[in-house]
Design a protein around this ligand. Structure first.
Ligand code: 4NP
Length: 145
């Protein structure tokens, strides 16, 4: 799960998808395309939103997306179109490029949309983001059932 800062959207997405998949079968992680917040905990608003839904993301720490992620992961979900293009530009070939998907394309309701960046908005934005992410993660879960 990849966003810009790896403190708002992708930590939530990581927590949600982890809660929906068997940890013995799936390895889920998140990263940011930018390094501004490397080493930091998720934004408190993401931590609280996850907590309200019974998910603890407080142990996550931000990291930057790196080229070896193309080798270590089968699917790379971008939160928005800018992240999508930034990740694609780091791929070394078609095989790696094809691993990159826009997360909301997994969801019929939000197909081809970006997950809005809630960083500069109010608390409501985080709940809206949670609902979008959860919808997409529900579809991913169903794919692998
Ligand atoms: P995220 O949100 O990409 O969902 O983690 C942001 C976090 C930090 C910044 C921008 C977006 N920032 O500019 O510092």
């Amino acid at each position: 799960m990849v966003c810009l800062g790896n403190i708002c959207r992708s930590p939530l997405a990581e927590g949600i998808l982890k809660s929906r998949l068997d940890p013995n079968l799936f390895y889920v992680d998140s990263a940011g395309t930018a390094a501004y917040h490397v080493g930091e905990k998720p934004d408190n608003r993401s931590i609280l939103t996850a907590k309200r839904h019974g998910i603890d993301i407080s142990n996550q720490r931000a990291r930057k997306f790196i080229k070896s992620d193309f080798i270590n992961f089968d699917v790379i979900y971008a939160m928005d179109k800018e992240n999508f293009h930034d990740i694609i530009s780091l791929a070394k070939d078609d095989f790696q490029q094809r691993k990159v998907k826009l997360l909301l394309n997994e969801s019929k309701l939000f197909s081809n949309k970006s997950v809005p960046d809630p960083y500069y908005g109010g608390d409501d934005g985080f709940e809206d983001v949670y609902q979008m992410l959860d919808q997409a993660c529900e579809m991913i879960e169903k794919k692998y059932l």
